[in-house]
Write a protein that binds this ligand. Structure first.
Ligand code: NAP
Length: 265
């Protein structure tokens, strides 16, 4: 299927690894020019080189910056030779907050989580959607978490911050933007085989003394698909949501979790 987005420009946050990289790869494979953002320059350079090699026909640019800061976002919007603020597609993503006991989190910890997982996506949307609306096409995909639908106790920072983003997006998606060709959707990962998941297992292992692999096996057994997701299949879903064919899908929370969420709806 031709997704109809050849030649568009996309900004992808948290794109040097994991789910963000999966989205950047899938969009580039569809002919989309991609600006990839992550903080660590060396990892980012490697990721950019990989996407360029796989999709030589498109422009792939890397911006080593912290997307959760105003300076980082400004850097992403001012890439030399890039599209400035004229992005057609924005995939909002940054690292997830740490796990732990909510009693240990003070205001600073909460503000950091809110900045990364709620306010940064909102700032990125503010900076891009009006241009998209003027051009009559725009796609925002927020990488959030299955924890928005089924909270995970040790991920209270994620449950809280992302729920705030989800509530905001539900309204923004149904604003006048909807009639101007701009869709806003959230993509909710279940358990995907990325560094983030490995780090969460390692952290649980340190706390409980149980081997990380045993914790991973136990988690796998709770998933009807009996496996962790592959970032490339997450990227493919993201690319579809960014396609011309998904123009009537907006304000939705799309779970990609191998059936882990147990509800009917
Ligand atoms: P990951 O493998 O740890 O990759 C995170 C990516 O984001 C890296 O490229 C990282 O590079 C970049 N990043 C982190 N903080 C950043 C910042 N402030 N500015 C710019 N880039 C930043 O994580 P992932 O598994 O792909 O997860 C992506 C998102 O999905 C996270 O919010 C995570 O909580 C959520 N999620 C993941 C899962 C899962 O199973 N994997 C499940 C539910 C939700 P640098 O560190 O170099 O910046």
């Amino acid at each position: 299927m031709d997704l109809g987005i050849n030649g568009k420009w996309a900004l992808v946050g948290g794109a040097s690894k994991g789910l963000g990289l999966g989205c950047a790869q899938a969009l580039a494979a569809e002919g989309v020019n991609v600006v990839m953002v992550a903080r660590r320059a060396r990892d980012l350079e490697e990721a950019v080189a990989g996407v360029r090699a796989a999709s030589p026909a498109v422009t792939v640019l890397g911006v080593a910056a912290d997307i959760t800061t105003p300076e980082g976002r400004a850097a992403a919007f001012s890439v030399s030779g890039g599209p400035g603020t004229a992005f057609d597609i924005v995939v909002t993503n940054a690292g997830g907050p740490p796990s732990g006991d909510f009693r240990a989190w003070d205001r600073d910890v909460w503000i950091k989580a809110l900045d990364a997982n709620m306010l940064t996506p909102i700032e990125l949307i503010k900076a891009t959607v009006d241009g998209m609306a003027q051009r009559g096409f725009g796609r925002i995909v927020n990488i959030t978490s299955g924890a928005v639908k089924a909270p995970i106790d040790i991920l209270g920072l994620s449950n809280g911050a992302r729920s705030g983003l989800t509530g905001f997006m539900a309204g923004a998606a149904r604003s006048s933007l909807a009639a101007q060709g701009v869709t806003i959707n959230n993509l909710l990962p279940g358990a995907f085989d990325t560094d983030r998941l490995k780090n969460l297992f390692a952290s649980s292992s340190t706390k409980t003394g149980e081997p990380a692999e045993a914790i991973a096996d136990a988690r796998r057994k709770t998933i009807p698909a009996r496996r962790f997701g592959d970032p490339q299949e997450f990227g493919a879903t993201c690319a579809f949501l960014c396609s011309v064919h998904a123009g009537y899908i907006t304000g939705q929370n799309v779970l990609v979790d191998g059936g882990a969420y147990p509800g009917t709806f």
